[in-house]
Design a protein around this ligand. Sequence first.
Ligand code: PLP
Ligand code: COI
Length: 353
Amino acid sequence: MEIRIEKTTTPNVMPPEDRLGFGKVFTDHMFVMEYTEGEGWKDARIVPFGRISLHPASTVLHYGAEIFEGLKAYRRADGGVQLFRPMENIKRMNRSAERMSLPLLNETDALEILTTFVKMEERWVPKSFGTSLYLRPFLFGNDESLGVHAVKNATFMLIASPSGSYYAEGIDPVKIMIESEDVRTVRGGTGYAKCGGNYAASTRAGERAAKKGYTQVLWLDGVERKYIEEVGAMNVMFKIDGKIVTPALTGSILPGITRKSCIEVLRSLGYTVEERLLSVDELVSAMESGALEEAWGCGTAAVVSPIGQLAYGEKEYVIGEGKIGAVTQKLYDILTGIQWGKTDDPFGWVYPL
Ligand code: PLP
Ligand code: COI
């Protein structure tokens, strides 16, 4: 595909790598292209990073027609830069687009956009282990009218942010609260899609948990408030009686690429991984009997995040003495080793630029 390039005349300076935080600093450029029904995607361009202008009736502002992705560019020890399973993000973006009646991307073009953009912003890929250039592709409906229907016009953009760890705790265990009031999504809804509205609807519970001293909430299913779904904006896994249990992808859960990778790593290490319904009652009994050995969240931003404490109603349970467990640590080491190019990649997951 043809990508027009307009370079900035006022390049920015990268802040010190130990002070990046998550998603606060942006690179010098952004990618933009527009879609019109009947014509397809057009005017692909990389231009100086800056504000965008929208018609006040733009669909995204009223009906939430928006989807996004999140993936990282990693700096290897040898100085090279690589992506991790980028095609998985592209395919998921298209599944999200289909759910939200937004136009799909050509997969080959999407990969070319990612690689062209990261190569252009290469100096923004930080060098220390654990830091990365977080890539945020997003796509929104942009009809300039108030009718409710599938859009005829859309915009696709890609921005990037050099980032450190997602949680202030880093790899230290976090305190999580089981949320029994709000739900994130429901089956038949948009849970499997990475659409902005899911996140808008989930912040209230997250804020309430934060006020009580918890880092995030553990979501239950929207129908019976009975089955475990996700933790904050991450998938969740448990080690119960030596086996790994993770909620099955029933439609209300985002099919995480880290989740999929963890399952493949765990199975290659000989662990039994069960993708099934896991009720909160089963989890509570496992905590009470001591059968629950480890619990962790997994996602691109934090990689894995051990859960050291879980609250349900008035009760607080400490998991694994509040320390990171052996399996969680092993997953962290293996995944980060592959992503940052410190170890071999027997799975063929990395995509060097
Ligand atoms: N669940 C939700 C709701 C998310 O937003 C994310 C992050 O993208 C994940 C799970 C983890 O997905 P992935 O591992 O692909 O980043
Ligand atoms: C993740 O990468 O795990 C996320 O949930 C990203 C978040 C900022 C939406």
